[in-house]
Design a protein around this ligand. Structure first.
Ligand SMILES: Nc1ncnc2c1ncn2[C@@H]1O[C@H](COP(=O)(O)OP(=O)(O)OP(=O)(O)O)[C@@H](O)[C@H]1O
Ligand SMILES: [Mg+2]
Length: 281
């Protein structure tokens, strides 16, 4: 598989704040990469660096072999971005927002019109085509942001918390949209605080903390690194997790622990808590 995104020893500093700390990350074509981490871990900074909206202090970034630069049209056409904060034009209609994006990306008018029709259909927004964006619900705005990011047919879609604040059913609809895109071969990088979202969608997951990638791999690889079986103990008003390599070891340990014990398979949430809370440097 071709490597589409390559970051080597990327550091980003804002004054004394180190947002990314010598981070290296390689993402292959067709992967669905989930970037997890607590508030301030550097997820948005990383997404912005890949989309050339933020310039790293040092390090090397290549997207589809091209150096990252907004003035490089070949690079720009590869990336579709759904930013963390909605930056649609609220006074314009749904169609006008998409037309504007088409113009900014130099898409011929006729092609743009056809693409808009397709994308409204795909995101089920056809009924809202002539509605002002300011009057859409949060879920509809999210879907429009995805449609807009797809206007120029990018090879890579970057989604920064695409389902934040959505109700369960709207979230599932956005998931289906994103799953459909991945199935069509688009490489996806998604940041989220919803661990079940990462579990449901991503083929690979990276855990970021204080600008460093603590761990990355498939869900099974992460579970195996930390321990696939967990013993959960509620003790002194606090839940503590212990990780084991198999059921037999976990049961043996649990047998000497007394009351308030649960033995179960480990989940992404357990790994996340262990790495982000316990292993502080
Ligand atoms: N423009 C900026 N100026 C100064 N500091 C910044 C700027 N952008 C980000 N930072 C700092 O960089 C660090 C990483 O921020 P970033 O937005 O990348 O985190 P995040 O993982 O996306 O967090 P969240 O989950 O809250 O969205 C934070 O300490 C933040 O304050
Ligand atoms: Mg963020």
């Amino acid at each position: 598989m071709t490597e589409l995104i390559a970051l080597d020893q990327v550091t980003k500093r804002y004054g004394d704040t180190v947002s990314l700390d010598s981070l290296s990350l390689h993402i292959k074509e067709g992967e669905f990469f989930g970037l997890l981490g607590p508030n301030g871990a550097g997820k948005t900074t990383l997404i912005r660096i890949i989309s050339a909206l933020t310039v790293p202090t040092s390090g090397r970034v290549l997207v589809a072999g091209e150096p990252v630069n907004r003035n490089n049209t070949k690079f720009k056409s590869q990336i579709g971005l759904v930013p963390q904060h909605n930056n649609l034009e609220p006074e314009l209609t749904v169609v006008e927002n998409l037309q504007l994006h088409g113009m900014l990306y130099g898409i011929p008018k006729k092609e743009s019109a056809g693409r808009i029709k397709e994308l409204l259909d795909f995101t089920r927004l056809t009924d809202k085509a002539d509605t002002q964006v300011g009057k859409l619900s949060g879920g509809m705005k999210r879907k429009l942001l995805i449609a807009r990011a797809l206007m120029h047919k990018p090879a890579i879609l970057l989604l920064d918390e695409p389902t934040v604040g959505l109700d369960v059913s709207s979230r599932r609809k956005v998931w289906d949209l994103i799953k459909g895109l991945h199935k069509r071969g688009i490489t996806i990088v998604l940041t989220t605080h919803y661990l079940e979202e990462a579990e449901a969608l991503c083929t690979k997951i990276g855990l970021l903390k204080k600008g460093r990638l603590l761990m990355s791999g498939s869900l099974d690889e992460l579970k195996n690194m930390v321990g696939p079986v967990v013993v959960e103990q509620f003790y002194n008003d606090k839940t503590v997790l212990y990780f084991y390599k198999d059921q037999k070891e976990a049961l043996k340990a649990a047998s000497s622990m007394g009351e308030g014990i649960t033995v179960r398979q480990s989940r992404l949430e357990d790994i996340f808590v262990k790495l982000t809370e316990e292993k502080s440097e």
